[in-house]
Design a binder for this molecule. Structure first.
Ligand SMILES: Cc1cc2nc3c(=O)[nH]c(=O)nc-3n(C[C@H](O)[C@H](O)[C@H](O)COP(=O)(O)OP(=O)(O)OC[C@H]3O[C@@H](n4cnc5c(N)ncnc54)[C@H](O)[C@@H]3O)c2cc1C
Length: 290
């Protein structure tokens, strides 16, 4: 099933992201988490794609397991900046062979690790989107950044490039995480004004430890609202309390988004079924996944 076909059915859906293991030794552990998440019957499960090496190798395999063995729709991420055209074409064709119909097309972060070669075939996600469109009949998603992408000089320029990207054949967008819903509402207003009309799925990350938050802030340019800072200040040194508060904060964000007319939410629960499960439990009368 193509994700876009279900996105506008007026029902409330939740999807969940997982990431492949960095080493083969962790493969079974990840599969067990994926199986538990699939048992919660989300609308779809997305599988991230690492920049070269172990995590990219297993993306197709896990996405295929989700769809074929677990009967849940899957969305395979694919990034291009550190891949050759040949590798990208090979992965697209593997996805086709596995019957995967949905791809999240990404540039990927520019590798800083000297072990990961920087290929010169693609500079931006928009070029990958053209490649996927040429190769098959996929539903294509892409990333967007309510607070602007970290490489962008300003948000206006970022939205212009986003419009160009969408015009190359994007069916829907998924956002970078944010912790203040007003940031998302304002972003939606600005992109709609610029003629971007495709569905936008907000990505919500339950932050369950203070270290995770520090990493997010340093990498993504996401702002930390005072309300969340207070949660960190109060609970950051108590892991169990922080986990509970992080889940509650994310759940509240999701309820506010749905109450304001947004029907689809993507949860970045970092391969933690208990975190995804705790959120979904609080939304059990709200979600209409089937
Ligand atoms: C929902 C989501 C899922 C993600 N999943 C993964 C994953 O699985 N694997 C992974 O490695 N990374 C993932 N990322 C991270 C992503 O790869 C990085 O944020 C990356 O730096 C940008 O990718 P992009 O596809 O948004 O790039 P682009 O859309 O190509 O944009 C990158 C930058 O280039 C600018 N730009 C775009 N086009 C042009 C142009 N023509 N001229 C000049 N500037 C331009 C944009 O404004 C932006 O600043 C994900 C991000 C999100 C939000």
């Amino acid at each position: 099933m193509k994700i876009i076909d279900k996105l506008q059915d007026g029902k409330v859906h939740v999807s969940i992201e997982v990431f492949p293991p960095k080493t083969d030794a962790k493969y079974q552990e990840v599969i067990e988490a994926v199986d538990q998440i699939a048992a919660m019957r989300p609308f779809y499960i997305s599988v991230t794609y690492g920049a070269g090496g172990g995590t990219s190798r297993n993306t197709v395999k896990i996405a295929s397991h989700i769809k074929k063995d677990l009967g849940v729709e899957s969305l395979a991420h694919l990034s291009c900046v550190s891949s050759t055209r040949e590798t990208v074409r090979q992965v697209i064709s593997e996805l086709q062979q596995e019957g995967i119909e949905n791809i999240l097309a990404l540039r990927g972060d520019i590798p800083t690790d000297p072990e990961i070669p920087v290929a010169k075939d693609y500079q931006y996600a928009s070029q990958l989107i053209e490649e996927i469109r040429k190769q098959g009949d996929f539903c294509i998603g892409a990333a967007c950044y309510p607070e602007g992408h970290v490489d962008s000089r300003d948000r206006k320029e970022d939205i212009c490039y986003l419009k160009e990207k969408v015009d190359r054949g994007v069916d829907f967008l998924t956002t970078q995480m944010f912790f203040d819903n007003m940031v998302h509402y304002s972003f939606l207003y600005r992109i709609r004004e610029k003629g971007i009309t495709v569905p936008v799925i907000p990505g919500i990350m339950p932050v369950t430890n203070a270290k995770q938050m520090r990493r997010i802030l340093s990498m993504s340019g996401t702002a930390l609202p005072a309300r969340f800072q207070a949660v960190l200040d109060r609970f950051g040194t108590n892991p169990q309390a922080m986990k509970q508060a992080g889940i509650a904060y994310a759940t509240e964000q999701i309820i506010d988004l749905i109450a304001n007319g947004i029907n689809h939410i993507h949860i970045y629960s970092m391969n933690k079924p208990e975190v995804a499960g705790a959120i979904l439990h609080q939304l059990s009368e709200i979600i209409e996944n089937d």
